[in-house]
Ligand binder design. Structure first.
Ligand code: F0G
Length: 482
């Protein structure tokens, strides 16, 4: 049972850790924020950290590490080949996932690169609960196609479905029948489905997917980057799992999969990644690409210090008191935003709080990137850096047409154990002000648009002088020093 404590009538989660190292933050005044946003091409990826107050861009590589992780870093065994650190990490993964083979990689997308290169051929179809940006790019680059087979509920912004990340089994079977199992090298299941709001899948759903894979002889690949949140939700929301430990749930999930890969920038709260499998044949197929693209087999592009900390971070992931802070803080933020009538994805997921830009700025058409515009506006009025997860994060089709995203979200990531309750509430307050003044927000258009992963380095401008008007109103209400 989780020891998480609540106070004030169960409304506030109480952390089971204390903060022992801090980093000073800076909140530059609104005029400077407007200038910084303009210089960043209205793309929050291009902001400099010195201009950011609360960095809610991502949880990737920004989670707070524990004292035991930092201590472990001092014991790392430096060497190109045969590092003891590698064997300690491999043993931890074997203990937790039951997989005998571990191929390290420098981060999650590097695993996707290797898996795609080995298994995806021109014409391959990869069914999945939902795509992630880098996953789709790697599969597409290898000539494959992503097919999402999520349940209808997945795209409902307001929902009380506990597992919006589930695969729709009928749709999966229909797709396999239509495309032919020989064209489907694997089914990909993403834990804590990132782009639809950090939504989990259930253990039961994974079992059903496995049954289908067995029937057709197809591999099952788990993207475990957001596993910690998914585990916590299975424990809290899946009746049949409520008496299982996090460790037991992890093992039950892992036993159903042929390949597990992860970004350790999320899972384990360090920086790195890797691929696990219990199959010597599958490990053999992927192994040679590790030294080619990543680094020798015992480090794969990761620093040994990060690897040592990862072994500890994985063990800590098995402790409910260590993984509850993220989802519980997010739930708190979502509840407060809902109470104030601000459109937000429900039920609360992992990773962060997802504001529904389609409803927030329903006067901004999709071709003017409502989620990008809202992310820019929020930074200007608060110094909070969120991330666009909508049409900007898609790429144009082969004919150059805009591919409109199913959802237009602004993700406010809560890196694990980093922000305080008052910082979360500051963000909620600024969002409330912005919602009251939402008609002042206008759209964006590209000034420079890269062909691949345009959301990372594309530059945009406001379609009118709306940002100047927004700042004028902000100063009327708060003055110019905030
Ligand atoms: N899979 C999922 C589900 C992810 O969320 C990410 C990264 C990756 C794979 C790729 O891992 O960054 O280590 O190469 N998500 C980050 C984010 C970038 O901000 O959500 P990576």
């Amino acid at each position: 049972m989780s020891k998480i404590k609540f106070y004030q009538g169960n409304n506030l989660p109480l952390e089971m850790h204390k903060v022992r190292i801090i980093q000073k933050l800076n909140l530059i005044p609104v005029d400077q924020r407007l200038k910084a946003m303009s210089e960043a091409g209205n793309n929050t990826f291009l902001l400099r950290n010195r201009d950011v107050f609360l960095d809610m861009l991502t949880d990737s590589g920004t989670n707070a590490m524990s004292d035991n992780q930092l201590a472990a870093m001092m014991q790392a065994d430096d060497s190109y080949a045969g590092s003891e650190t590698f064997f300690r990490l491999e043993a931890k993964l074997t203990e937790i996932f039951g997989t005998r083979f571990f191929l390290p990689a420098h981060q999650g997308r590097a695993c996707e690169h290797i898996i795609s290169k080995v298994f995806v051929k021109p014409g391959s179809v990869i069914p999945m609960n939902y795509h992630f940006t880098t996953t789709k790019s790697h599969i597409t680059l290898c000539g494959g196609r992503v097919e999402e087979v999520f349940a209808d509920e997945a795209l409902k912004v307001k929902s009380d479905h506990p597992f919006k990340g589930n695969i729709d089994i009928d749709k999966l079977v229909d797709l396999i029948e239509k495309e032919g199992p020989e064209n489907i090298p694997f089914v990909r299941m993403e834990a804590g489905t990132n782009l639809i709001g950090g939504q989990p899948f259930s253990l039961e759903n994974l079992r059903q997917v496995r049954e289908v894979c067995d029937k057709y002889g197809i591999l099952l690949v788990l993207d475990a980057s957001l596993l910690a949140d998914n585990l916590y939700f299975i424990k809290k929301r899946e009746e049949a799992c409520k008496d299982m430990s996090i460790r037991e749930i992890t093992r039950a999930m892992a036993d159903l999969c042929d390949i597990i890969y992860f970004s350790a920038r999320k899972l384990g709260c360090v920086r790195g990644g890797g691929i696990c499998t219990d199959s010597p044949e599958l490990a053999d197929k992927m192994r040679e690409l590790v030294p080619l693209y990543e680094g020798f087999l015992t480090y794969g592009g990761m620093s040994v210090r990060e690897m040592e900390a990862l072994a500890v971070g994985l063990e800590e992931t098995m402790d409910e008191d260590m993984i509850n802070q993220g989802p519980e803080f997010i739930a708190c933020m979502v509840k407060e935003l809902e109470r104030r009538g601000i459109p937000v994805v429900t039920p609360a997921g992992g990773l962060g709080c997802h504001v529904d830009a389609m409803a927030f700025v329903d006067h901004v058409p999709q071709h003017q990137y409502p989620a990008g515009a809202l992310a820019a506006a929020l930074y200007i009025v608060s110094g909070v850096r969120g991330m666009e997860r909508g049409t900007l994060s898609e790429q144009r089709d082969e004919d150059g047409n805009e591919v409109f995203s199913n959802m237009e979200l602004v993700r406010l990531a809560l890196p694990r154990r980093v922000f305080t309750y008052s910082q979360v509430m500051y963000t909620v307050d600024r969002l409330t002000w912005l919602y009251e003044n939402r008609k002042l927000i206008g759209g964006l258009r590209f000034v420079e648009e890269p062909k691949v992963l345009r959301f990372f380095f594309g530059r945009l401008e406001p379609v009118s002088d709306w940002q100047i008007k927004l700042v004028e109103k902000f100063k009327e209400d708060f003055g110019g020093s905030l």
